[in-house]
Design a protein around this ligand. Sequence first.
Ligand SMILES: NC(=O)c1ccc[n+]([C@@H]2O[C@H](COP(=O)([O-])OP(=O)(O)OC[C@H]3O[C@@H](n4cnc5c(N)ncnc54)[C@H](O)[C@@H]3O)[C@@H](O)[C@H]2O)c1
Length: 385
Amino acid sequence: MTPKKELRIGLIGTGLMGRTHSNGYKRIGDFFPELEYRPVLKAVCSRNEENLRKFADQWGYESVETDWRAIIARDDIDAVDICTPNDTHAEIAIAAAEAGKMILCEKPLARTLAEAQRMVEAVDKAGVQNTVWYNYRRVPAVTLAKQIIDSGKLGKIFHYRANFLQDWTINADLPQGGAALWRLDADAAGSGVTGDLLAHCIDTAMWLNGGITDVSAMTETFVKERVHQLTGKVQKVSIDDACIFHCHFENGSLGLFEATRYARGHKALYTLEINGENASIRWDLHDMNRLEYFDYADESIVRGWRSILVTDSDQPYMKRWWIPGTSIGYEHTFVHQVADFLKSLETGEPCAPTFQDALQTQKVCEAVLESAASKSWKDTGAKGI
Ligand SMILES: NC(=O)c1ccc[n+]([C@@H]2O[C@H](COP(=O)([O-])OP(=O)(O)OC[C@H]3O[C@@H](n4cnc5c(N)ncnc54)[C@H](O)[C@@H]3O)[C@@H](O)[C@H]2O)c1
């Protein structure tokens, strides 16, 4: 057997995403054995050394670093994987690009458009391979939706709508900031649900349905003050707890988006629906292996929504896994992204979404927040991705 080329990974951040990505690197060789490259878990970094060592032992990293700069300085690391809170993405990514490292960065690309632009300039200047982990594209049912839409089966598109609903911040006693709660602190997160949840919906929407040209939005912060975990003081909450926006797409269709962390009963209900002249598609993260499809060309007496269980080997990514009828889950979307990244190293093609693609999502997020603040329509300046 030909020896594999090594892709030596330096992973930064050992929280939720540190685990999903590590799982992706570990599974890849068993399920995508033909790939020329093989990830090597060279080093992992976070700031608490005791927890870090446990993480490294558990997942099989060869070494640990407590300062991300040490990861970037190492000659035995090819790719830096950024799994830290949003306020660190720009600094780490720019330093990594300047050191000539490939970069896999978590979403949203940055806190602000200005930060994201600097990151894109840095990877462009360095010419390093880059990707952003908008992983919902790689749910097989969502990838199948892309294939169906691209085949033209829906005809002219009229509507696109998406929701991302959670309920974990309703308790007004929940602190903001610091470990695990950085998402409630605007300094660390950049924004609330817009950058955290809607960014996913926008990435998928622009991938499936093209560019979003202009937006009209409203945001709300339901709990105005919370104790800050780091200072111990009651401080103003500056994130958007909920955001609703509508928009135009370049193809003439209308979009409607909503995200909140105040929808009691919903844990992570990401849903999307697209309505065309001939057919419609809808998808729901809580039933992620299913794609619903309505085709007006069906004979009228049996016409109705079809519920497609996306587990057959001719459906996206599924020949890698089990047998028809058996499901896969959230973690597989990260395995798929690792596979596509490794493949991109073989082909020399970009691995979408790239930093440049994620910049377009960032433009929409920024326009959404500006529109809500100014109570007016805003052009996004975003290109389709
Ligand atoms: N793709 C997705 O679906 C998805 C899901 C969740 C989170 N995310 C994104 O992933 C990123 C991380 O989120 P998470 O949920 O894993 O966060 P988390 O709070 O679970 O983990 C963050 C990790 O970063 C470490 N860290 C923080 N600052 C650091 C620093 N300066 N140097 C080294 N390590 C540092 C922490 O110690 C912790 O290990 C965020 O950008 C988030 O938006 C993406």
